[in-house]
Design a protein around this ligand. Structure first.
Ligand code: HEC
Length: 583
């Protein structure tokens, strides 16, 4: 009997476990003339469970939700070109509710512009910068915590206020050169002036095409986790069906059970790490943050334990889901454990972003290694060496972080992944290159990328390396066998306005999933047909940094905008996209 039960549970892995008989919600989205509003996103938020389900209206404006937990809902219909409409709906156990939602056209060009995602506004600001180098620097340095051009940022401010904002952002790591800092206030104020954005985005408003037939079958579920002071960073799907994520600014590990909606929070031990961790003298965190160790990236080991980089605490954590106990491994050499991945032998490889290193930890033997990566110039090498000294100096004199943008940049090893042949590949974000570390000999080879800011890269099942170009807005494939790159422009309008942070390859199908970090989307790319599918996500300011897959083939990501108050609804979310969940 027990075996049958576990078999059954296994086969309905993705299905929900309902507290009561589920309810059904179907209907249509119409305009005021009764015509269908194809492509409308219909979102039902269960008020008590802090969980939203979204489906897309089809060409006839019809929508069908998967079975829903009974309860009180807010049902919102949204489609660019129309005003949002929210209605309260009570779903009783077992009931089927038919609901037609009528949306009014939006005619105010200012409001039409305001409905558009940040990438449309970012493009306006970028176009006002004097040259490609300035545009690249602004895109790379100003969009890695939050969207640039979201409702919260697209505000005109006097130059003194911009100066204060740049100083605050520089303290946290968004450092600009004096040159870009000087021209940026005019570019931003010009872009955010009604006389420019109303004609550009409002009067020439063209609603985005409705999602294509494939995208329209998707169901998006969003679970709220953390709070307004959170930076929910990466997530990882556990083979047992739980989904884990970390809160960088509050030193927490979250666990969601998508079958029941249950969420749990685990405090990551801080040990003796002060506020700000080893960088405490630089205060590299927002004012309301409570980050001593700052969990960043996480992966599940073969034994089911969760391994986490603690970037500010300069430690690695292992969490055992059985005992709910954490083991902490301090990083003796190097600074800022960043992204981690396992190799086929179960060893943990991770980048050390600030000290320009890659490290290895072997849980089986306790062996640890670090490898210093090449720097491009002697100045870069010096900058890397000077970091510990600056940390020490910062205790005694106050350093001006704004000035740092004129010095040589740190190369910043970023993404990391293991090739099928065991080679350890990494990107150096600011150095615009990727490299391979041979795990046996320690030999390192670096390769310049023909696009800027390679971020979180991943291998497919056939040994191709897929790379998102963050400030360049491209998807790239690198073939280690012949050393060739191939790049694709992402299908987000206007072209080149996306800043993809991460991607992941579902190695069962080799579909490539890409974060539409600036445009509130997820994108799918099929290498065989070179076809992109864009999935618009329901929450404005959905800043995504990582993608994972569950056993049923659903795609997971997290809304990680820092600060969380800029996210629509001010709540970070764990997001699941089921490809064929509707109806
Ligand atoms: C390291 C993370 C990080 C980077 C990089 C970053 N920001 Fe921010 N930004 C924040 C945080 C955190 C806040 C919220 C601050 C607060 O609530 O006090 C914020 C807020 C803002 C705001 C809204 C300010 C307000 O009070 O309304 C603007 C505008 C802004 N950032 C612009 C920028 C620009 C321009 C850059 C590039 C130089 C940048 N950000 C880079 C973290 C970042």
């Amino acid at each position: 009997m027990r075996m049958l039960r576990s078999l059954l549970l296994g086969s309905i892995f993705a299905a929900s476990v309902f507290a009561a008989e589920p309810a059904h919600l179907v209907g249509g989205v119409n305009d005021s003339t009764g015509g269908p509003v194809a492509g409308a996103l219909v979102t039902a938020r269960h008020l008590a469970l802090a969980c939203s389900t979204t489906v897309y209206a089809d060409a006839a404006g019809r929508y069908t939700f998967p079975p829903l937990e009974p309860g009180l809902y807010h049902v919102r219909a949204r489609r660019p070109g129309f005003r949002d409409r929210v209605e309260t709906v009570e779903l009783a156990p077992g009931a089927t509710v038919h609901k037609t939602v009528v949306v009014e056209p939006e005619t105010d060009p200012r409001e039409l512009a305001w409905q558009l995602p940040a990438n449309r506004w970012l493009a306006l600001a970028v176009a006002r910068l004097p040259d490609d180098a300035a545009r690249e620097e602004f895109r790379r340095q100003c969009t890695f915590c939050h969207q640039q051009g979201s409702w919260a940022t697209r505000v005109q401010r006097d130059p003194e206020e911009w100066r204060k904002i740049f100083a605050l952002m520089a303290r946290m790591g968004g450092v600009l050169s004096t040159r870009v800092r000087t021209v940026l206030p005019d570019a931003l104020n010009g872009a955010y002036d009604e006389t420019s954005f109303v004609p550009a985005l409002g009067e020439h408003f063209v609603p985005p095409p409705p999602p294509d037939a494939a995208a329209a079958r998707a169901v998006v579920t969003e679970w709220e986790v953390g709070d307004i002071g959170s930076m929910q960073h990466d997530l990882a799907v556990h083979p047992d069906g739980h989904v884990y994520s970390v809160d960088t600014t509050q030193d927490k590990l979250y666990r969601l059970d998508p079958r029941t909606g249950e969420r749990r929070t685990f405090d990551i031990p801080r040990g003796d790490s002060p506020l700000g961790g080893v960088f405490s003298t630089q205060q590299p965190i927002p004012a309301n943050a409570d980050a001593h160790v700052a969990p960043h990236s996480l992966q599940v080991a073969r034994d089911g334990s969760i391994w986490i980089t603690l970037c500010l605490g300069n430690k690695i954590a292992r969490f055992d889901p059985q005992t709910e106990h954490f083991d902490i491994y301090p990083q003796q050499e190097g600074l800022y454990p960043h992204t981690l991945r396992f190799d086929a032998r179960g060893r943990v490889w991770y980048t050390l972003a600030v000290s320009n290193q890659v490290a290895m930890l072997d849980p089986a033997t306790g062996e640890r290694r670090t490898y210093l990566l090449p720097a491009r110039t002697w100045k870069e090498r010096l900058a890397v060496r000077a970091v510990p000294w600056f940390l020490w100096l910062g205790r005694y004199v106050s350093l001006d972080p704004e000035r740092a943008g004129d010095g040589p940049e740190l190369p910043i090893p970023y993404g990391i992944d293991i090739a099928p042949d065991g080679g350890v590949w990494f990107s150096q974000l600011n150095a615009h290159r990727i490299g391979r570390l041979d795990p046996e000999s320690g030999d390192i080879r670096v390769i310049d990328t023909p696009f800027s800011a390679p971020r979180r890269l991943r291998f497919d099942s056939r040994g191709n390396l897929w790379i998102p170009g963050f400030s360049s807005g491209v998807l790239a494939r690198f073939d280690p066998r012949n050393g060739e790159f191939h790049t694709w422009e992402l299908p987000i309008e206007p072209r080149g306005s996306e800043t993809p942070y991460a991607l992941n390859v579902d190695r069962r199908t080799d579909s490539v999933w890409i974060c539409g970090t600036e445009s509130d989307t997820l994108m799918r790319f099929e290498p065989a047909t070179e076809h992109f599918t864009v999935y618009p996500l329901p929450t404005r300011v959905t800043y995504t940094r990582e993608i994972d897959f569950d056993a049923a083939g659903a795609v997971w990501t997290s809304n990680s905008n820092l600060p969380a108050w800029q996210i629509e609804g001010a709540a970070p979310k764990l997001i699941r996209l089921e490809l064929d969940g509707a109806g």
